[in-house]
Design a protein around this ligand. Sequence first.
Ligand code: ZN
Length: 414
Amino acid sequence: MKLRKIILIVFALQILFTLGMKILSYTGDDSTELKSRTLKYFTTDDIEKGIEYGRRGFFARIASQVIDFLILGIFAFTSLAIRIEEYLEAKSKSRYYLMVALFFISFSIIEFIASLPLQYYFGFVLEHKFGFSKMTFVDWVIYTAKSALVGLGFGMLIALGAAFILKTFEKTWKYLIPTGSLVLGLVFSILYPIIITPIFYDYKPIEEGSLKTKIVNLCDHAKIKVENVYVINESKYSGHTNAYFTGWGDNRKIFLYDTLIKNHTEEEVISVLGHEIGHWTHNHELTFLVGNTIEMFLLCLLIGYIFQVAKANSEFTLKEIYSPSSWPLLFLIISIAGTITNPFWNTFSRYQEAQADMEALVLTNDKKSFIDTEIKMAKDNKSRLNPHPWVVFYSYSHPKTIDRIKMAEEFSGQ
Ligand SMILES: [Zn+2]
């Protein structure tokens, strides 16, 4: 069978599969067994709210997904990208990097405009409807503009970096791109709080007091060194809660959303931090980065091979691999590969999350606060309490709430 036909069939299967998963995530799991387990900790109203929030904008989501696939398909299977590239090549007088930059900007603008109505609907209208967003319309415009510019800036850096490697290292790009992304990931973890966080938030070191003392004690108990603990003002945007670590070694910083501190007891905050420490002591971030690098390397081999075959039998109109007009086909392959590897990554992620939960329980020996946190967070975030098992398998990065509670219930202490 011709390569073009194979890719087209796999792409069609990917679209059907993705839409099928969306339908399953709409329906959820209505088994009575799950419901009775859930009702031990939640009310019928909590379940209903989770269903309602999970189903929000269902048709808009389907439409957006179909539009994304259509754009990708049109660019990958027609000569439209070549025509745009030739136009930009003339405009930039054949200066390669300028042409790549113009190509990237044009795509980003088209993408931004196409997704703007849905961003407004999901990020502003629905978040207000469900009582999450604290933003006025002007706040939302500023936030969206900032996000778009940050995305454009970083996307441009990555696009130019990839273009440089593809153009300069014709034979070794397959090794250099995964290595480059690993280095970028490591550096980014240090730079993120210094460069990105201040664009969106104000943050300051946590005030002296009982919570700080408890955090210091927890870190001592876990035998880890933290540079400092910061509080960031998420309450300016929403009621969503979170906590995370950034950096490596002695440069490690803890970030707590002010919403987490406001809505939870100190013991519950400690339980959340215990979970984050679990990720750290088990080297989850590093494992993820290394795994990602290996996956990228395999993907580069696959892309290199498919590109070679596609170009050799001229089933696709392709220039060089470093020509931006070739990239839609490469993105299509990456997208299909992502659909296939997604359940593997998420299963691995759920395993790591359970490991971090266990670490929190062992460190704090306080399963009551752990369970109370799970209940409160699920209620506050209107989490879906009855997700379909296939959706959990395919796309959940965390075990479902009731399973996390079950694990804590079964924990017997030290
Ligand atoms: Zn986690």
